[in-house]
Design a binder for this molecule. Structure first.
Ligand SMILES: C[S@@+](CC[C@H](N)C(=O)[O-])C[C@H]1O[C@@H](n2cnc3c(N)ncnc32)[C@H](O)[C@@H]1O
Ligand code: SF4
Ligand code: SF4
Length: 336
């Protein structure tokens, strides 16, 4: 219940409910759809102890630890420990490509307080390696993910970003999640990150394929919430691709990004930067004027709602743990 109380206080105070800490700009991959990729200068990154101060000021109920590739930080466990409060808050999600994940690190990160592991998967086979510029990644995932899933913590979610390249694989990726014993959450490609429209769904045929695939996904739901996105979110994804945008973004107010060097940014694709104490200025200067509709990442589908709707969807499902976890899991590739 702590998440709901904290979330309510955040909403009323105009603080972000979700903060995404991009703990590094460097990455182990070179994905076709992303502007990170490869090594970057790490000299001015925040140190683990500095994250505590960000938590004291921003007080989010949900934190995403992301990047770049967060597992590149050898002090990642220390960062998570500094983010966590004795109460167990915030609900903490590690968003990663898992190229550097091992059983030992998974268990250490769980013990430090990570509630959910979001693992990016763009194809249900070796095309994943090609898309991510990382030979051997799919083989690594196909050995490790099912092995860690068998430990039984039910905290692994595949994150599949829908693009023109993989729109026909939406159900095949769900098959893979089933085979590996984990959950799946879909997100939507945004051209804003790289400026490249090739991976957007640009033709009526691609949009028709999306609708066919998502119709099948809807038919595969069962009581377990292994398909993490709500129907509302998947319908929002359909509209986003059909219309070429999704208006009504609350970036900077309901969610924000903290860069590796400690600046606040409205989202990972808007580069207006503010100091830690500058959130209200960001809301005045950016959020109130923002007309950008160029993504429909899960964080938006969740947080652009009005407060009664958001609260109702949480409270009504609170007593079913799996449902609640699935709701929080919708935040998977958020703000990215
Ligand atoms: C930026 S990555 C950072 C964490 C980690 N490196 C990973 O790939 O999971 C977070 C998520 O953003 C997604 N992503 C990357 N480029 C995107 C884009 N142009 N539009 C939407 N999502 C994107 C990735 O597929 C991934 O699931
Ligand atoms: S999507 Fe993730 S893994 Fe791929 S380049 Fe971007 S940050 Fe790296
Ligand atoms: S719609 Fe909002 S979250 Fe998405 S890129 Fe634009 S400002 Fe960022």
């Amino acid at each position: 219940m702590g998440v709901i109380i904290r979330g309510t206080l955040d909403w009323v105070a105009g603080r972000p409910l979700v903060v995404s800490f991009e703990v590094t700009d460097s990455c182990t991959c070179w994905c076709k759809h992303c502007d990170h990729g490869g090594p970057k200068d790490e000299g001015r990154n925040l140190k683990p102890a500095e994250y505590r101060r960000y938590m004291e000021v921003l007080k989010p109920c949900v934190v995403q630890v992301s990047g770049g590739e967060p597992l590149l930080r050898s002090d990642l466990v220390e960062i998570v420990r500094n983010i966590k409060e004795p109460s167990g808050l915030p609900y903490t999600i590690l968003v990663s490509n898992w190229s550097l994940m091992t059983e030992e690190r998974y268990l250490e990160l769980r013990a430090a307080g990570v509630h959910q592991f979001s693992v990016s998967l763009d194809f249900p086979d070796e095309r994943h390696d090609e898309f991510r510029g990382h030979p051997g990644l799919y083989e690594h995932l196909s050995a490790l993910v099912p092995r860690l899933a068998k430990l039984g913590y039910d905290d692994i979610v595949l994150n599949s970003c829908i693009t023109s390249e993989n729109v026909g694989e939406i159900n095949a990726m769900a098959d893979k999640a089933r085979e590996w014993g984990v959950n799946i959450c879909y997100s939507a490609y945004s051209a804003r990150r790289t400026g490249c429209r090739d991976y957007f769904l640009n033709t009526p045929e691609q949009v028709a394929r999306l609708n066919q695939e998502l119709d099948r996904v809807e038919a595969r739901r069962d009581g377990t919430n292994w398909i993490v996105n709500s129907t509302t979110t998947l319908n929002g994804t359909r509209r986003y691709f059909e219309k070429g945008g999704a208006p009504g973004c609350s970036a900077g107010l309901r969610f924000l990004v903290v860069t590796a060097r400690g600046d606040l940014q409205p989202c990972s694709m808007q580069f207006r930067r503010y100091p830690l104490q500058g959130q209200s200025r960001m809301v005045e200067e950016f959020t109130r004027e923002n007309r950008c509709d160029q993504c429909y990442v899960s964080i938006r589908s969740y947080l652009d709602k009005n407060f009664p709707q958001l609260l109702w969807e949480n409270v009504s499902e609170f007593f079913t743990f799996k449902s609640r976890r699935a709701r929080l899991a919708q935040l998977g590739p958020a703000g990215q």
